[in-house]
Design a protein. Structure first.
Length: 372
């Protein structure tokens, strides 16, 4: 046991409130092949790979370098603990609380953390590879450089935290919520995102290459969807609402029933992509490229298309109502059953040969002033 002048409580029944000992960290000490730790309540426990404890309060403990591989530590508390290089891999840690803890290269690989909470933790290179983080809540703190590769996260929540340079490669996230998160250079490549919501998030240089997004909502991410990379990704029933998209790459992507609503898009690339049942509602599309894209059943309502290039694209069964086209480049595009109703085209709009150019009309009276 640690050499200290503190009063030693050998019987937990003698504990008084407040604890007469100082509030310093309790350090786990290696004794043979086990670690010995005296908890703040005076109880001494032994930690080793495969140990089992339920409902233990480890708060204030220093477990640096402790090996707990394959242990069962459900319903425990690790508040204000030092967990540098602590190995929790392949553990069961359901409904466990980490508040104010220091996680430095902590290992949760293949661990089941169902229902656990991480609040205001300080992290560095934490590993959650292949962990089950379903129903977990991550609030506050900085998870920069954390690895969530191949995690399973059902109804996982991330609130008001930093998720920068984080890897969600091949992750399976269903019903997850990212709210108020700062997510720079986060990797979702080949991930499966179903019924996921990104609300008031700052997304910068995030990669969704070859990912599958189904029923995903990006809402009120105004000014913060910058240089997202959706190359070869599948987006099904995805909604961008109240967002500003700047320099995003949807090249060779598959967009099905995607809606851009009250969203401004600039310098984005849809080259070689397939857009089916995609809607632009009160949206702005500026300086973007659709060259070589295939567009089927497109709807545009009260939207503005400025400096849009659609050379060699194929558009079929599209309908644009009360939209504005400024310097749109449609030459060499293939139009089949495309209807422009009450739309306005400036003289610099270019059209494919043998195409009946729509009558240039002013938008209907209720067109928002910012679109005129």
């Amino acid at each position: 046991m640690k050499d200290t002048d503190e009063p030693v409580i050998v019987d937990p029944t003698l504990v008084v409130d407040p604890d007469p000992r100082t509030e310093e960290q309790r350090t786990a000490v290696l004794r043979g092949d086990q670690y010995e730790l005296q908890l703040r309540n005076g109880e001494t426990i032994h930690l080793y790979p495969g140990c089992e404890y339920d409902g233990v309060d480890f708060s204030g403990s220093d477990l640096t370098g402790v090996l707990l591989v394959g242990s069962v530590l459900n319903n425990c508390k690790f508040n204000n603990c030092i967990l540098g290089w602590t190995d929790f891999s392949e553990c069961s840690m359901h409904n466990t609380i980490f508040e104010g803890a220091l996680l430095d290269r902590t290992n949760f690989v293949n661990t089941s953390l169902v229902g656990s909470q991480f609040k205001d933790v300080k992290t560095k290179f934490v590993r959650f590879d292949s962990a089950d983080i379903s129903f977990c809540v991550f609030t506050g703190g900085d998870f920069e450089d954390a690895n969530f590769q191949k995690v399973t996260g059902i109804s996982t929540e991330f609130h008001d935290l930093v998720i920068a340079f984080v890897n969600f490669d091949n992750a399976n996230l269903g019903g997850a919520l990212f709210k108020g998160a700062k997510m720079g250079y986060t990797n979702f490549c080949s991930a499966h995102l179903s019924c996921v919501t990104f609300e008031n998030c700052a997304l910068d240089e995030n990669k969704f290459a070859e990912a599958v997004l189904s029923n995903v909502l990006f809402t009120n991410c105004g000014g913060y969807l910058v240089n997202l990379f959706f190359f070869g990704a599948t987006l099904e029933q995805v909604t961008f609402r109240g967002c500003t998209i700047d320099g995003c790459n949807f090249m060779e992507g598959h967009l099905f029933e995607v809606t851009f609503e009250q969203t401004q898009m600039r310098a984005s690339c849809f080259i070689g992509s397939q857009l089916t049942n995609v809607a632009f509602r009160s949206a702005g599309v500026n300086d973007s490229e659709f060259n070589g894209a295939k567009l089927l059943n497109i709807i545009g309502v009260l939207s503005r298309f400025r400096d849009v290039e659609m050379e060699y694209s194929k558009m079929k069964n599209a309908s644009f109502t009360s939209c504005l086209f400024h310097k749109a480049a449609f030459e060499d595009a293939g139009f089949t059953d495309v209807v422009f109703d009450k739309c306005f085209f400036d003289p610099d709009t270019s059209w494919p040969e043998d195409f009946t150019i729509p009558v240039k009309q002013r938008p209907i009276p209720d067109t928002p002033a910012e679109l005129i």
